[in-house]
Each structure stands twice: as structure tokens, then as C-alpha cells.
Design a binder for this molecule. Structure first.
Ligand SMILES: C[S@@+](CC[C@H](N)C(=O)[O-])C[C@H]1O[C@@H](n2cnc3c(N)ncnc32)[C@H](O)[C@@H]1O
Length: 303
């Protein structure tokens, strides 16, 4: 959704803007074009390969470019390291990049025979293989239910635990096979592969994805200048729920539950919600990229 991102982020020449999820640098490249001449671009990704790629793609722009291999939750520290008090725009495009899915060799795809790693940041200690080979059956079931909303979580967890009694599960293809055998009907004729939800749940758990969003939303407004904007693209309903609820609470002035029409603690709103209803990709965008179907865009502006 490049046009919607550009419209909500509203970067102008000379502004300071952050892309906290560089990925393949598609949005980063557009943002740098909008900031030129004279703006400052700060790019962050927890995947070292994304930062190396950005270094090549964003060279020779008419903007000051700072790139960091880091977690976007550390944005406040990065800003103080650069001597900046705030920025005019922040973009988070959450989830997995195409490179991670198809080119990283880290087992994100159930369609490939790769080591079952799934770490976006390979400095993190625990891989997906560590998790499937060590978590208790009940913990695995809960993980698949919570992060994957997997209907067959119990059966899949049991199969995983049975299988690892004979040999550890080391590859993405081996896990995909176990899950496919555990799901009744093997998903024949279904819209999504039977291992889709298991792989998504494990990836979210390995990378602590929901906790990082929660943590970031706590500090996002501190990083924005007055009039600065935050734009978040999410792919998963649980991510979108966190962002939606946080923006609504900030726009209402407090953390009182959203069902109260006026805030009972008397605090004033710190942001304006720019997307009371999430923006969605157009039919043409979905036709061009069917994976974009589940994308939701939310945005806020600091008052
Ligand atoms: C969907 S891709 C971004 C695609 C990018 N906007 C583009 O135009 O190509 C998500 C990227 O965010 C990174 N990422 C996810 N969570 C992160 C976090 N908490 N901190 C830093 N990077 C993160 C991933 O490593 C991945 O490269």
C-alpha cells in the first residue's frame, strides 16, 4: 500500500523520518525520495541482511541516511545516540519480508527443506527447532492456539511430542510433514496449507513479535515531534488489535478501556487517530500481490 503509506506518513523535504522495519527497502526508498533534499532517514531492522541490503539500495540519496541493525523497540536510544529529540514520521511494516520467506534459508517457509530456525535476528538465542524440541505438549498447544488461532493445536502438539521421542525435528519440511499428518483431511481443498498457522505461530513466538509491538507502542509518542505521525502496517489480526487499541487509548487521553466514551482519569488526548477504521489494500493491489490481502494500515498524529 505505498500510496496510503505516503499519504498518512506525509514526509516532506527536510523532515526526519524512521523506517523501523527496512525489509527489502521498498518503503524506505520511497521515503528517502520524499525527504530529499536535506532530510534525515533512519532505517532499522533486526535482520542484518536487511540492513546490508538497505546500505546498497539507499546509497547516494540526497538525504542523510543512518542505518541500524537493531530492534525498533530501541528507537529512543537510537535517537539519543544521534542527538535527536524526536522525528516527524515513523513507519512500521510488521511481519516477514519476502527475502526472509524465500531467500534467507532459515526455515520460515513450510514449502522448503531448510534448518528450522525462524529467527529474524540470528543473534537471538532460541530457534524454532529449540522450541518444538523442548516445549511441553501443553505449552506447544497454547502457543499454536494463541499466536496461530490453530483449531487443531492439540493434535499438532501431540504429534510433535510423539515424533521427537524418536528423533528431533530439525527442518521446516519435517515439521510441515508432521503438521500435515496431524490435521484431519490434510487440508485438501482448503484455501491455506495445513501448516500455515503453525509456522506463523512459531515465528511470532521465536521473535517475540507481539511483545515488541506492545513495548514500542508504549514509547512511540515520546519519539515523535508535535505533528509527527506513526503509520503501522500489520498482517496478523493480533498485531492489528494491539496497534488499534493503543492508538484509540492515546487518542482518548488515557489507558481506560475503550468502552468508556470519556476518559475517567481526566488525561488529555496525546494523538489524533487518523484511521478510526483501518485502511485496506485495494482490489488491484490484492490482485497484484495476493499476500497483501490481510494487510491493515493504522496511523496517528501527535498533538
Ligand atoms: C514486512 S518486512 C518489511 C518490508 C519493507 N517495508 C519493504 O518495503 O520491503 C518486515 C521487516 O521487519 C523486520 N522486523 C520485524 N520486527 C522487527 C523488530 N521488532 N525490530 C526491527 N525489525 C523488525 C523484519 O526483520 C523484516 O525485515
Amino acid at each position: 500500500m505505498p500510496l496510503e503509506v505516503a499519504r498518512h506518513l506525509d514526509c516532506r523535504p527536510g523532515d526526519i523520518c524512521v523506517d523501523g522495519t527496512l525489509g527489502g527497502s521498498g518503503h524506505a526508498s520511497n521515503i528517502c525520495d520524499q525527504l530529499a533534499p536535506g532530510g534525515v532517514f533512519i532505517g532499522i531492522d533486526q535482520d542484518r541482511a536487511a540492513v546490508d541490503h538497505a546500505r546498497r539500495v539507499l546509497a547516494c540519496r540526497d538525504v542523510e541516511v543512518h542505518l541500524f541493525h537493531d530492534n525498533f523497540t530501541h528507537l529512543p536510544d537510537i535517537l539519543s545516540h544521534l542527538g535527536l529529540e524526536g522525528v516527524d514520521g515513523i513507519l512500521l511494516d510488521l511481519g516477514l519480508s519476502l527475502y526472509q520467506l524465500e531467500g534467507s534459508g532459515r526455515g520460515f517457509s513450510f514449502q522448503r527443506e531448510e534448518p528450522l530456525d525462524m529467527r529474524m535476528d540470528t543473534d537471538r538465542p532460541r530457534t524454532a527447532a529449540d522450541m518444538v524440541n523442548s516445549l511441553a505438549e501443553g505449552e506447544l498447544k497454547r502457543l499454536l492456539q494463541t499466536y496461530g488461532e490453530e483449531r487443531w493445536a492439540g493434535r499438532i502438539a501431540r504429534r510433535i511430542v510423539d515424533h521427537r521421542k524418536t528423533a528431533p525435528i530439525r527442518t521446516s519440511a519435517a515439521l510441515a510433514d508432521i503438521v500435515t499428518r496431524a490435521v484431519p483431511g490434510k487440508g485438501a481443498g482448503k484455501r491455506i496449507h495445513p501448516a500455515t498457522r503453525t509456522f506463523m505461530a512459531l515465528r511470532i513466538a521465536v521473535n517475540g513479535e507481539l511483545d515488541r509491538i506492545d513495548e514500542f507502542m508504549d514509547r512511540a509518542t515520546d519519539c515523535l515531534n508535535t505533528g509527527g505521525r506513526l503509520v503501522v502496517l500489520s498482517f496478523h489480526s493480533l498485531e492489528d488489535r494491539i496497534v488499534k487499541q493503543r492508538i484509540r487509548a492515546l487518542a482518548k487521553g488515557c489507558a481506560c478501556p475503550p468502552k468508556f466514551p470519556i476518559c475517567v482519569c481526566g488525561k488529555v488526548p496525546v494523538v489524533r487517530n487518523l484511521t478510526p477504521k483501518a485502511a485496506r489494500p485495494t482490489e488491484e493491489e490484492i490482485m497484484a500481490n495476493p499476500m497483501a490481502r490481510s494487510t491493515r494500515l493504522r496511523a496517528m498524529i501527535k498533538l
